[in-house]
Design a protein around this ligand. Structure first.
Ligand code: LLP
Length: 419
């Protein structure tokens, strides 16, 4: 459920007409609904109220500091994957005691930064990394809290690029090696093993893979407890899917009902890292039609947003609904490719899409773009990145201004010999 609805023939975000936003900040732009973000967070968090838990918002989905501040206010922690994300999380006021740090390639600088700021724990993905963390902690006279990320070898039945829990994936430690890794971790002087982590993939639309993976983790936790390793946290990662088109993913409540009984008796704190389910349908990318073009084999709608603004269609062939901001009656729907100005054949927002005829000047809303939208945007083709606005109680808040041409060259330098 989200708060982008038609009123009197025009698409609104909450009470605000999208055309008003376009007039104020121009296009393309990302638009987020405060109401939707808050509701999604509360529904997710509330679903797990019967067990001790931490929601660590996966900020790779959306890392704007205003959105993170909103999450912090709601009580969220953060799942981070880089020093940059740690910086953003702290800037936004997310307490370090609720920050968990995942990723297969943490640098020494990032590890040092995370230890300095005393984050809750590292989710460790290899023995090399375990030793590196221990070394840095030793150097700093600290003890690092870690969870080992287990790869449960479960097929999440999602796009191969966003599935992370299979044997052949680069993520995590295989269940077979897990005990050895835990032994290694326990032998390290500056490391304290406090948890087990897993994340099997993103945009999951069934409960079963979550249950199967958690069962494997629970079995491991029990074995570890038998060996005297006291596991206090079980982190089940993120991955709950959303409706982009006709998917019917489980509700957070259904997930909670399936998972809670499995861990209730373990006396562990459950950590979850939802990203998409909170932010995905809380945001759209608004774009304006520049031209239409009737080529021999295809009809194109050329818009001012491109793959550098929203790469999901190009990268994963992902489906995003595209709605006209103003509902118009222009005869029968047409089948078109919606493409951007970038010089790549792969630059499209929709392919062979049947939609109402669009004309130059029309505004379109690319739906479900609140997660992995702006965070994956780039400056390819030297296109300034677009603004982000947050709508709340009828007001438009610019939470990231449009980049300027100056922003594009900031940090670049022409060396002396070229001057
Ligand atoms: N935790 C870990 C360790 C992750 O790797 C991820 C996502 C999440 C949590 C959050 O997953 P979510 O709840 O959002 O499904 N760019 C892709 C998605 C990549 C997801 C990577 N990891 C996309 O646009 O679909």
């Amino acid at each position: 459920m989200h708060d982008f609805q038609y009123r009197d023939g025009e698409l609104h975000c909450e009470r605000v007409a999208l055309s008003r936003i376009a007039k104020e900040v121009g296009t393309p732009c990302y638009v987020y609904s405060h109401t939707t973000l808050v509701r999604h967070y509360r529904v997710f968090d509330g679903a797990f109220q019967s067990i001790p838990h931490i929601v660590a918002f996966a900020m790779k989905a959306n890392s704007n500091v205003a959105i993170l501040r909103l999450m912090a206010r709601e009580g969220s922690g953060a799942d981070i994957v880089s020093g940059g994300e740690l910086y953003r999380a702290l800037r936004a006021g997310i307490p370090p005691s609720k920050i968990v740090f995942a990723g297969v390639g943490k640098s020494w600088e990032e590890i040092r930064y995370a230890l300095e700021t005393d984050i809750l724990m590292f989710n460790v993905e290899s023995s090399d990394e375990l030793r590196a963390i221990d070394d840095v902690a030793a150097e700093m006279g600290r003890r690092a809290r870690v969870a080992l990320r287990i790869n449960p070898d479960i097929d999440p039945q999602t796009h191969p690029y966003i599935s992370t829990g299979l044997k052949k994936s680069k993520f995590g430690i295989s269940a077979a090696r897990a005990l050895d890794e835990f032994k290694l971790a326990s032998s390290l002087q500056h490391t304290e093993v406090v948890g087990v982590h897993k994340h099997i993939g993103s945009q999951l639309t069934e409960v079963a893979p979550f249950v199967d993976a958690l069962k494997k983790v629970v079995a491991l936790v029990e074995t570890l407890k038998g060996h005297g390793t006291d596991i206090r946290y079980i982190n089940i990662g993120g991955g709950l899917g959303i409706t982009y088109s006709d998917e019917t993913p489980p509700l957070p409540k259904e997930l909670a009902e399936a998972l809670s009984p499995l861990i209730r008796d373990l006396k562990c704190v459950l950590i979850m890292e939802p990203g998409r389910v909170i932010a995905g349908n809380a945001g759209i990318l608004m774009t304006r039609v520049l031209y239409t073009k009737e080529a021999e084999a295809k009809h194109f709608v050329i818009v001012d947003a491109a793959m550098n603004d929203l790469i999901r269609p190009s990268l994963y062939n992902a489906y995003h609904d595209i709605l006209p901001v103003r509902e118009v009656q222009r005869g029968n729907p047409v089948t078109v490719d919606v493409v951007g100005p970038v010089c790549e054949s792969g630059d499209f927002l929709a392919k062979d899409r049947t939609m109402p005829e669009a004309k130059p000047g029309d505004l379109l809303a690319v739906m479900s773009a609140g997660a992995y939208g702006f965070t994956m945007a780039s400056n390819y083709n030297s296109r300034p990145r677009v603004p982000e606005v947050l709508i709340r109680e009828g007001e438009i808040h610019v939470i990231r201004r449009r980049e300027t041409y100056d922003d594009l060259v900031r940090g670049e330098a022409i060396p002396e010999f070229l001057r």
